[in-house]
Write a protein that binds this ligand. Structure first.
Ligand code: 5AD
Ligand code: SF4
Length: 487
């Protein structure tokens, strides 16, 4: 008998991609294999995002198409998971009765169990309001089917305690919970032993990692579990001061043998501290890349968004980061058209963006999300045509600095990890630099994905670099493509 197959369509952020790996891990443990083409799959998973309206629309469109597939092949099973499922709950089922399982962000680990139950009892919706069992809620803590062998995501924190006025994440991902320090270090050691070279620490607000862990312990007696929960530095500190542990963690995971690249996303500018800059500078494995979401350059917009910093404060932090870390690439997120944004506010954003000299930026048009504070500011919504025009002007400023930053790299030798053949030309390989830039280079040798090499930058565009291979440094070390049980 041939094995049943699955396909997963993931929307949204890296957190979601990581959740998808976890669903894949469960399905594979249940005997399923990845389908060659999603159209033929026996189980189709939609892991959804709700951060902006266009993500919703895209998903509902795809889900609608599945209706025809299900009519032709009634045995196909459909799972809808993730943030939109958490937010819309019954709406998903109302809009698509043909879905077998709807599950939310806190019970991803139940995907296969629910699938089995739906076979017995018909369609199921199970959404948990919060993480009932923290261990299960950390995406990295269970079997994961990683798509790339040399690189892994590690969730250090779930949820978000901030209240950014536009953002639906706290409502769908819940309160901030940090994963114990010792568990994370152990997990990364396991990944390194498995041949993983690059890790990306994930959280909504990574700089506050550990604040909850240390706050909970501050009034307690010293205990033998301190080190496992909060790391050796905090455990040895007589003061037992509640504090974030992100810099400690960054140093600890960067010093694990075999780990050559450490990335993280996303820090919040208000919590981005000198000690993180110092840890980045002191640990060569930490990549020279900082993604620091600006959102707006106008102080009144930043206040209305509840971001907790001013434009000057943001730029000061950026200057400190650039002063502390050699050759730092900086990227950001910006929202255009937040309710009440005036021409003047927008000009401030352009000024800050120009001053920040970003390597690239994700730019978004404000999208009202029901349940957020900003969604109620209907009277202050901006005129869509004005917003579109602002958006285009912002792109020009972002792309200008990206091109300048990229051109400045021509002639340099970059450490790269091979990601595979370029999409356009099989004779050209693509690699990723430490600054997180894509570099395309012609290559007649069959370099394996994950190969560590150096390349000289010969030309630069707005979104990528061109180069030539200089030297192969190391072949990939991974041994297995079998689901990895980590943590
Ligand atoms: N509208 C537009 N952009 C948003 N983002 C988050 N919520 C919204 C929204 N309602 C953007 C922010 C955030 C990124 C992940 O998505 O810029 O940093
Ligand atoms: Fe949303 Fe703000 Fe939390 Fe980021 S920090 S997830 S933008 S509420």
């Amino acid at each position: 008998m041939t094995a049943r197959t699955y396909a997963i369509r993931t929307y949204g952020c890296q957190m979601n991609e990581h959740d998808s790996e976890r669903i894949a891990g469960q399905l594979e443990a249940d005997g399923l294999v990845l389908a060659d083409s999603p159209e033929d799959a026996d189980v189709v998973v939609f892991n959804t995002c709700c951060i902006r309206e266009n993500a919703d629309n895209k998903f509902y469109g795809h889900l609608g198409n599945m209706k025809t597939v299900k009519e032709q092949r009634p045995e196909v099973e459909i799972i809808v998971s993730g943030c939109l499922a958490q937010k819309d709950r019954d709406l998903v089922r109302q809009r698509a009765g043909h879905v077998d399982v709807v599950l939310g962000t806190h019970n991803v680990h139940r995907a296969v169990e629910l699938l089995h139950a739906s076979r017995e009892n018909g369609p199921i919706t199970e959404i948990w309001d919060e993480a009932l069992d923290e261990a299960d809620s950390f995406p990295s803590a269970l079997a994961v089917k990683r798509e790339i062998d040399y690189s892994a995501w590690v969730t250090i924190q779930i949820g978000c305690d901030n209240t950014c006025a536009y953002c639906i994440v706290p409502a769908v991902r819940g309160k901030e919970i940090s994963r114990p320090f010792g568990e994370l270090v152990e997990q990364v050691e396991g990944l390194a032993a498995d041949g993983v070279y690059e890790i990306t620490l994930l959280g909504q607000n990574v700089n506050s990692y550990g604040r909850d862990l240390t706050s909970a312990r501050r009034t307690e007696e010293r205990s033998s579990t301190d080190e496992r929960v909060a790391g050796p530095l905090w455990a040895a500190d007589e003061a037992r001061r509640p504090r974030p542990l992100f810099a400690d963690l960054l140093s600890a995971v960067s010093n694990i043998e075999g780990i050559g690249r450490v990335r993280y996303t996303s820090p919040h500018p208000k919590d981005f501290r000198q000690e993180t800059i110092d840890a980045m500078a002191a640990n060569p494995a930490v990549c020279e890349h900082l993604h620091l979401p600006l959102q707006s350059g106008s102080d009144s917009m930043l206040a209305a968004m509840h971001r907790g910093y001013t434009a000057d404060r943001y730029l000061e932090k950026l200057v400190a980061a650039r002063a502390g870390i050699d050759d730092l690439a900086v990227t950001t997120d910006i929202i255009v058209g937040f309710p009440g944004e005036t021409d003047d506010d927008f000009e401030r954003t352009l000024e800050v963006v120009a001053a920040a000299e970003y390597d690239s930026a994700y730019t978004f048009i404000f999208s009202p999300r029901e349940g957020t504070e900003a969604a109620d500011l209907v009277e202050q919504f901006c005129d869509p045509a004005t917003v579109a025009e602002r958006f285009a002007r912002l792109r020009v400023v972002v792309e200008r600095s990206a091109l300048i930053r990229h051109r400045a790299r021509i002639g340099r030798i970059e450490e790269i990890i091979v990601e595979g053949p370029s999409k356009r030309d099989a004779g050209v390989l693509s690699g990723r630099t430490r600054q997180n830039k894509l570099i395309h280079f012609p290559c007649d040798k069959p370099l394996r994905v994950g190969t560590l090499a150096t390349a000289r930058v010969t030309d630069a565009g707005t979104f990528y670099l061109h180069g030539e291979l200089v030297e192969v440094l190391a072949s990939p070390r991974h041994r297995t493509r079998i689901p990895v049980a980590a943590g």
